[in-house]
Design a protein around this ligand. Structure first.
Ligand code: SAM
Length: 248
């Protein structure tokens, strides 16, 4: 029976590909990839040759129809992104929804994911957390979003790129306060892996003091706000309210 495998790939260290991912990528009929050149390099490293199909945010709708047609013809398909787990700040949502709706099985082949790797070493509470994806690129929208998250009482996490890490931290310092505890996980599993922990102001100083700290890929984790125990409103309703207020 044809199925769609959602295959996680490494976020840096190639050793993090799983044995099952190698087996599945070697056994499917076609591999749908966010960037075929990028994936070709990984497959080359693994000694796997397969037809590749570009599947990214600009063509996901057309591709989904084509992939369902292939599956109807009995072909199995794997979806990979450039790094980590597909669909997590990466393409694939529309494809998965379409394939499920068409009645085919979608099978996870789990592995690396930057936010989970970061959370697991952060030292911040990990029992409950919220993943924000990428914050808005423009400062006004970003501050509004930070404001909406500022009262959230559990750990929250976002992705950031080298271009905006400093701006994001300085907005955080203004909106959340310079003393909020954060953890910055940079270049996880790679040569220059660094995990910085401290108050926003301390982390900002360290980044400014050493330009190398601004390079690479980042996961930023924020300690939740201290519970305010708003009268008459229970904790989870208060959290939800903060998020909803941010949408207004
Ligand atoms: N699908 C990926 C995953 O499972 O984590 C995320 C893809 S998203 C387009 C890329 C962002 O993930 C980067 O800008 C960075 O914020 C984060 N990221 C990916 N690899 C990372 C790494 N090795 N160290 C730190 N952050 C990373």
């Amino acid at each position: 029976e044809a199925c769609l495998y959602i295959v996680s790939t490494p976020i840096g260290n190639l050793g993090d590909i799983t044995a099952r991912a190698v087996e599945v990528l070697g056994s499917v009929d076609v591999i749908a990839a966010e960037d075929t050149r990028h994936t070709a390099r990984l497959l080359n490293h693994l000694g796997i040759r397969k037809p590749l199909l570009a599947c990214h945010e600009h063509n996901e709708r057309d591709r989904s129809a084509q992939i369902v047609a292939k599956m109807a013809a009995g072909e199995s398909v794997a979806l990979v992104s450039d790094a980590g787990t597909p669909l997590i700040s990466d393409p694939g949502y529309f494809l998965v929804a379409t394939v499920r709706e068409a009645g085919y099985r979608v099978v996870p082949v789990p592995g690396a994911c930057a936010l989970i790797a970061a959370l697991s070493v952060s030292g911040l509470p990990s029992d409950r957390f919220f993943f924000e994806g990428f914050l808005p690129a423009k400062s006004v929208a970003r501050r509004k979003r930070l404001q909406a998250l500022s009262g959230f009482e559990h750990t929250w996490i976002f992705y950031e790129s080298t271009h905006r890490i400093e701006e994001a931290l300085s907005d955080m310092s203004e909106v959340l306060g310079a003393e909020r505890d954060i953890v910055i996980a940079r270049e996880l599993t790679k040569t220059f892996e660094t995990v910085l922990a401290g108050q926003v102001q301390e982390c900002l100083l360290q980044l400014r003091a050493d330009a190398n700290q601004k390079k690479g890929e980042f996961v930023v984790l924020v300690r939740g706000a201290e519970s305010s125990k708003e009268d008459g409103v229970d904790e989870s309703s208060a959290n939800l309210m903060h998020i909803l207020l941010g949408e207004l």
